[in-house]
Design a protein. Sequence first.
Length: 641
Amino acid sequence: MILLRDLGFSRNGEALVTGASLQLHPGWKIGLTGANGCGKSSFLGLLRGELHADRGDLERPPGWVLAHVAQDTPALPDAALDFVLDGDTELRQIERDLAAAEAHHDDHHAGEQIGLLHSRLGEIDGYSAPARAAALMHGLGFSDADFQRPVAEFSGGWRVRLNLARALMCRSDLLLLDEPTNHLDLDAIIWLEAWLKGYPGTLILISHDRDFLDVVTSHILAIEAGKMQLFTGNYSACERARAERLANDMALAAKQKREAAHLQSYIDRFRAKASKARQAQSRIKMLAKMGDIMAAHIDTPFSFSFPEPSGFSDPLLLLDDAKVGYGDTVIFEKLRFTLRPDSRIGLLGRNGAGKSTLMKLLAGELQPLAGVREAGRNLKLGYFAQHQLEQLRPAESPLWHMIKQEPRTREQDLRGYLGGFDFRGDMVDAPCGRFSGGEKTRLALALMIRTAPNLLLMDEPTNHLDLEMREALTIALQETEAGMVLVSHDRHLLRATCDELWLVADGKVTPFDGDLDDYAEWLAQDRAAEKKSGKSNTSSRSAGRNAANEKPAAAPSKESALAVRRPLLKESEKLEQQLAEWQGELKLLETRLADQSLYASPETRLLEELTLRQSLLTQNIEAAESRWLEIHELLESTKEN
């Protein structure tokens, strides 16, 4: 077991935890929770032996094999599959020893050694290791074509997935995961949940995804006010226990009562218009639990709401026979639907199906190639997407951004508003270039929300946000009267805020008749059908294959197939070379942007140029990777028999 005796540890001289004494037993799946900066990652660092305690003891069995996800991945030339297989260090050592012994196969002792090595290889299931590594990669969204692709060619987010696959490949006794869902889509998260549920070792997991914690964990280890407290049960059980404790604090009881009244009003409004559909019934059950959830978060530092929209149009936005794509690549055809003031829609679909493209079309950032996108007379859009974080001025403060947006509003009012997003004290005036991803997301949300939109388009708004901020956003979205279209891998947010689910798949956008549990089943069936038909499990689907009414072409002759493949191979090589150059430049640029002296200089022009170049490189890399995957799908389809 893992044993803590009067444990105390700190970071940069600041005490994080004191007097922690508890036991963590083998096979437990433990969710590590607490506010940002409370010491969660430092505790994992102690377990890895990278940090030292200030006092007390932290003991774990010396024979345990520990696995964790590396923070960085060098630009290696190794094939992705080999990189993942390297996670099983004993397997790789046996393979090296076998190669050495087989080089001296005439030696009697070498023959005996070869036999022993093969025996051990069988014991650790080494012969099936490549198949297990491939299954891990498939589950995390990689395609067969990615297996032999050099690690150096993958972008940062996909390298994180490779690091995760490598950690899962290790036959570990203790697995440490710090925000493993941050770079995953909903498909990969559902797969990872199932894998972790079957993991036989001890798991310690940091996550801000409450549904993920609920499904995976058996215990919660909460860090709060410098103390560590162990709860039996998943995150929801921990929340109920915490709510009961907080309810005893009379200073908070009045706030809890007000929040409960807000919630009841919302539930009554929802019930009045809810249909008998599965999604609506699922939502009502979920809302019934919201009382405990809100009670557990009444001491949150976040407190905000969406301003009442000044007016509405009905419809807010209309698409009629819209054709959407990039250049000659068509992603959707004949899109027809209407967004009304009471629309509260969650978009589902596999990675690469076109959800973000659809959001850009709705936001007006992408114009239809044909057909109509018609905005209502009083439409006021509020669009949030991760790329908008790059539009923040790194040398300027949250207050500067607010004043620029509302020059006539009193500064004190703006400071008060920012306080609801936990920008207090020095943070209000600090340059946002040094902020974390979560802090930048909070600022971008604050700026967007302040505009009082009547149609919200939100593409992964919870990325980098902690549990407290996610709950505050969930409550604010529940209470707003604005229409909403939401893309999120946070199922709690989807359940709590969306009345309808739409499925984006095969070049179409259609209502999904079911809830998120039904969607998980749909994903499993889709993967099974894909595997049965022999299609490649790609992480980014070819847009060309998504054309709604495209007829299958006749099988090409050998000569015509070669004629098609040659230019594709040439373009692929050129893209790989360009990607390597861009990724190298981006890495150097990110190192330079980490230099704090950049933000101290009164001259902001250089910082703005570097940030602009970073944004451009990121967009170029994403577009090139998408094209590279499309090319390799086409190459697969024209492969010689």
